[in-house]
Design a protein around this ligand. Structure first.
Ligand code: ZN
Ligand code: MN
Length: 494
């Protein structure tokens, strides 16, 4: 039983929060020298440390610490001058030590924020903490229809992933977004992914599990001021699913509350096919994990000079780039979002860098090229045409050598592998007819063919000129500059 989304929002105020786990792209694992690459033969990238064998000792991966500090700085966090790892104790077959080395009350980064753009408005999402831990192995349940453990005949475990450095990024609860809550949640993960990609610390592939989200959602009665009980939807692994998971929890919890029942604090699973969540296990409290400082590791105390060096080496972040491009392209925040959602920011920026006017670059990439990318089911950036080539097409149009119609044919030729724009123009004979004698001959023919139309224009009914322009464009197979043709016709007919 669920309540319609709009109806639920009239009575309840949603609050959401996100915990995101990111596998770092270090060469080796968090506490040993095993390779940290995806997709090897099962259990081929393991050693006594990441298998948790007795007597083995962990050593911290310095690059993982550096990457985590990069992430913390990019998210406007304070970086601890001293912190420790902690043991998080629980039993699961994919975790051979029966504890995970994580951080508890002393995380490396705290108190930051990330600004996200939704519908042209900026929403600030508070960051509670960024800490470092190790990933677990992977269980493979064989013989069940769903791939889950229920109904499985047996299970296999692959420890290649065990010990890969994992950063956990936890937001503060985000209240006050109302109807937009699912969209803001999605925009946050999108922006976070862009930040992580820009930092070069992870390949952030949600489908391969290197970026995974847990989505917390709660509802409170409007105006009550008290926050409701939250549920945690685990391992939501696409941007669209983040949005759908928040939305479906709002609908489900509203129905529970409407019936006078309590929302149970629990973990839930999101189902891609149906778009709904189902109950998992009731949620552990922190004390259930019996955290204590990891006795096998020394504390981490990053020197301030090192942190400042890392800060100085950060690349331009997505928010700074957004501000810069909105200013230099004179576009609105909504236009910018459209470009970003179309995956066209990089190509438009490169096209402008190759000499095209920003408005022209946007027009071609969001218009003709987005349409063709959509037709062939690829990203615009994957089309077989380069920003330099698009800039050349725009230049040919700006100089009057091509009109828009011919330019579209040039683009078609480039996409079909006929060569550069200039080669396509030459091979297909696509230049605008600028030879005035040829145009005048075509105009005289058109006038002779429609003497009545010519007479009306002479009488001052200039709107009729469209008929003659059309005839000339047809005669030149679209290769004339229509506005020049109109001028010549008006001259001809006084
Ligand atoms: Zn290892
Ligand atoms: Mn975690």
């Amino acid at each position: 039983m669920t309540v319609m989304y709009e109806e639920a929002l009239q009575r309840y105020e949603p609050v959401f929060g996100l915990e995101t786990h990111v596998e770092l792209g270090t060469r080796t694992k968090m506490f040993c020298g095993c390779a940290a690459v995806f997709g090897g033969e099962p259990n081929a990238q393991v050693c006594p440390v990441c298998l948790g064998l007795p007597g083995s000792l962990p050593v911290v991966n310095r690059v993982a610490i550096e990457y985590t500090i990069r992430i913390g700085l990019a998210l406007n966090c304070s970086i601890a001058s001293w912190c420790r790892f902690a043991r998080k104790n629980y039993f699961y077959p994919d975790m051979p030590k029966n504890f995970q080395i994580s951080q508890y009350d002393e995380p490396l980064c705290t108190e930051g924020y990330l600004d996200v753009l939704v519908g042209g408005k900026t929403v600030r999402v508070g960051i509670e903490r960024v800490h470092l831990e190790e990933d677990t192995g992977k269980s493979l349940h064989v013989g069940s229809a769903t791939g889950r453990i229920h109904g499985a005949e047996y299970s296999l475990v692959d420890y290649n992933r065990a010990g890969i450095p994992l950063v956990e990024i936890v937001t503060k609860p985000v209240p006050g977004t109302g109807y937009l809550a699912p969209e803001v949640a999605k925009a946050y993960v999108t922006e976070l992914r862009d930040v992580l990609r820009t930092l070069g610390v992870s390949d952030v592939r949600m489908e391969e599990g290197s970026l995974r989200c847990d989505v917390n959602t709660s509802l409170s009665a409007r105006g009550s001021g008290a926050w409701g009980t939250r549920t945690e939807t685990k391992n939501v692994n696409s941007l669209r699913s983040v949005e759908r998971a928040v939305r479906s929890e709002i609908e489900r919890q509203a129905a529970v509350l409407d019936a006078g029942e309590r929302v149970i604090q629990e973990t839930r699973h999101f189902h891609e096919e149906s778009g709904v969540t189902t109950s998992g296990r009731s949620k552990e409290e922190a004390q259930d994990y019996r955290y204590f400082p990891e006795p096998d590791l020394v504390p981490v105390a990053p020197p301030r000079e090192w942190v400042e060096q890392i800060r100085a080496s950060l690349p331009e972040l997505p928010s700074a780039r957004r501000a810069r491009l909105i200013e230099s392209w004179s576009v609105s925040e909504l236009d910018y979002e459209a470009l970003r959602n179309a995956g066209a920011l990089d190509v438009v920026e490169q096209t402008v860098a190759s000499g095209a006017a920003p408005a022209d670059a946007r027009k071609w990439w969001l218009g003709e090229l987005a349409r063709r990318a959509n037709d062939s089911g690829v990203e615009v950036s994957a089309l077989p045409i380069t920003p330099v080539q698009v800039a050349r097409v725009a230049e040919l149009v700006a100089s009057g050598a091509l009109n828009d119609r011919l330019a579209r044919q040039v683009i078609e030729g480039v996409l079909d592998g006929e060569g550069s724009p200039d080669e396509v123009v030459k091979a297909r004979g696509l230049a605008v007819v600028s030879d005035e004698a040829a145009l005048l001959a075509a105009i005289d023919e058109a006038i002779a063919a429609s003497p009545d139309v010519a007479a009306r224009i002479r009488d001052g009914k200039t709107a009729a000129a469209g008929v003659l322009v059309g005839a000339v464009m047809k005669a030149t197979r679209g290769k004339a500059d229509a506005s020049r043709v109109r001028e010549l016709i008006m001259d001809r007919l006084g």
